[in-house]
Design a protein. Structure first.
Length: 198
């Protein structure tokens, strides 16, 4: 069995080469105005501020994908932009992705794959073998992303999500082995493809 690579490098604040100049940093309470704003833009049934507060208090992995201000921007105007975020609950040899969101204006540019790759690196570095998640049956875009990233459907939770007008929607339960070549970034032994993490 190959040695388990450490995830220290990709998880720092400094830009990770695979992120093409973007950076990841841990979410804090001070970020929640912005995060809740993005959350409400991205979902019909968004997480509440309390969901984020509880996740941070519990020590869950919560990370923001940041776009540094353009060079040449005046110092007073330098506000890094938040492109997306994820929240994951660590477990014994596994991690459970609870929330992954990309700002609507930034979707379709591979940012969710960057966030997933970071989650994989983090979880792998902490001894996880498996990632779990639930996704709405109707969320085809997210399901395609997860399938591309090495997740497979392993079950369903009936009527798990509210769907408006008193209706409910099933959750699809998906699992990925962290050795999965689609999920791990190249630095950790995964394969690169045309949608790689540059
Ligand atoms: C789902 C979500 C996180 C995806 O974020 P994103 O940054 O747009 O995703 P990415 O660009 O990394 O990848 C998704 C797209 O790339 C495609 N893609 C990803 N990897 C690919 C690969 N290797 N080859 C081909 N296509 C690929 C996906 O199929 C999808 O494209 P499509 O919708 O045009 O088919 C985002 O749409 C979002 O925040 N949605 C609202 C919140 C949400 O639903 N979260 C998930 C809850 S389970």
């Amino acid at each position: 069995m190959s040695a388990r690579p450490q995830a220290t490098e990709p998880c720092g604040v400094a830009p990770w080469p695979a992120l093409g100049g973007l950076a990841l940093r841990a979410m804090t309470l001070a970020d929640l105005d912005l995060v809740c704003h993005l959350e409400q833009q991205a979902y019909s049934f968004p997480w509440s501020r309390g969901n984020f507060t509880d996740s941070l208090a519990a020590g869950y992995a919560a990370w923001l994908l940041i776009e540094p201000p353009a060079s040449g921007t005046r110092r007073a105007e330098r506000q890094p932009g938040c492109l997306g975020y994820y929240v994951a609950m660590p477990g014994v040899e596994e991690a459970h992705l609870l929330n992954i969101t990309v700002a609507p204006a930034a979707q379709g540019r591979g940012h969710a794959r960057r966030l997933l790759a970071h989650l994989a690196a983090q979880a792998w570095g902490q001894g996880a073998q498996t990632l779990w998640l639930e996704v709405r049956d109707s969320n085809q875009r997210a399901r395609r992303l997860y399938a591309f990233s090495g997740f497979t459907e392993v079950g369903r939770r009936k009527a798990y999500y509210p769907a408006g007008q008193g209706l409910r929607e099933d959750a699809v339960v998906m699992r990925a082995a962290l050795q999965s070549p689609g999920l791990l970034p190249a630095q950790l032994g995964g394969a690169e493809d045309s949608h790689d993490l540059v």
